[in-house]
Write a protein that binds this ligand. Structure first.
Ligand SMILES: [Zn+2]
Length: 310
């Protein structure tokens, strides 16, 4: 199984178009130790020929151009794509808007929970990806589902599971109470398995808390790509960027007693890789204390183009 990080940044990317935080200013000016990053997506393949995207970011066109494995191959005729399926983990703009880039009458499958597929259905612009060419397939929770698309079996299964999180920003309902109208299936994690080798990894780009059931599920996993949005819960407030904590945005922070570094230290995971990293996160700077803390705890900071083979 080949896993490629297409985009390792959170929504907005790095740098973000309208942001003058110290990281964005530094990466724009080419300061050493900071790498630009596109928005959140992974690509996975068992055979190197047929691929599934885990989320479709607004930067997808740029990501495809940067990834030769995902280019159209002339030997397959005038129109072709190695992308046979897309699996969505929530309805955030950074995870679904890239579907629009996959128009032009190409067959593939879109997988998501009932909740996320209903967002796609409610926004008529996505009808540019019309069934039956682009079927929308409901992912059940807690059950491995074999992936296929365009008549090709991908030889991989994906198991979706609910994780603590929040409904997409543009669907928040303040009147619904503190959960903002969040329902099961709004945010999921994925376990992707190659049944032929029994190797697997987890992909959880959005998660507000590692509760007991999630910790039990991840215990002793070989590889986990995990939500690295913020280093501290209030960093966006402290930097004057916006008045929300990470918790309010549906994202756990890296540091602190409830953070991902501390929580994962007890889970025995083989390889831990942060993805979905917000531009405010000091760990984006390779010279920062935050980066040293992360790496000292055994984590890697994901970057665009990172390849993992299992
Ligand atoms: Zn910024």
């Amino acid at each position: 199984m080949i896993i490629k990080v297409l985009g390792s940044a959170a929504g907005g990317g790095f740098p973000q178009w309208n942001c003058n935080c110290s990281n964005c200013v530094a990466v724009r000016s080419g300061t050493p130790g900071l790498k630009a990053r596109t928005q959140s997506s992974l690509a996975v393949s068992r055979d190197g020929e047929n691929w599934v995207l885990l989320n479709a970011s607004p930067d997808l066109r740029q990501q495809l151009n940067a990834t030769p494995e995902l280019h159209a191959k002339p030997k397959f005729g005038p129109r072709h794509s190695p992308i046979k399926a897309v699996v969505l983990t929530n309805g955030d703009v950074d995870h679904i808007a890239g579907l629009i880039n996959l128009r032009e009458a190409q067959a593939f499958s879109v997988y998501g929970t009932d909740r996320v597929l209903s967002i796609v259905a409610d926004n008529s612009i996505f009808n540019i990806l019309a069934e039956p060419l682009v079927p929308r397939i409901v992912l059940p929770l807690d059950r491995p589902t074999p992936l296929s698309g365009a008549g090709v079996e991908l030889g991989l299964t994906v198991e979706a599971f609910a994780v603590p999180g929040k409904v997409a920003l543009y669907l928040e309902d303040e009147a619904a109470g503190p959960d903002l109208g969040t329902k099961e299936g709004d945010t999921i994690g994925l376990k992707v398995t190659d049944p032929a080798t029994a190797k697997s990894f987890f992909y959880i780009p959005g998660c507000s808390q590692i509760d007991e059931p999630l910790g039990a599920r991840l215990k002793d996993a070989s590889v986990v790509f995990f939500d690295g949005t913020l280093f501290t819960d209030n960093e966006m407030i402290e930097q004057g960027l916006m008045p929300k904590t990470g918790g309010r945005m549906g994202h756990i922070n890296m540091s602190g007693s409830e953070g991902s570094i501390e929580t994962f230290s007890k889970l025995g995971v083989g390889r831990l890789i942060y993805v979905h990293i917000n531009n405010s996160n000091p760990a984006l700077n390779e010279a920062s204390d935050a980066r040293k803390t992360i790496e000292g705890a055994g984590w890697e900071v994901g970057y665009d183009g990172l390849e993992v083979r299992l």
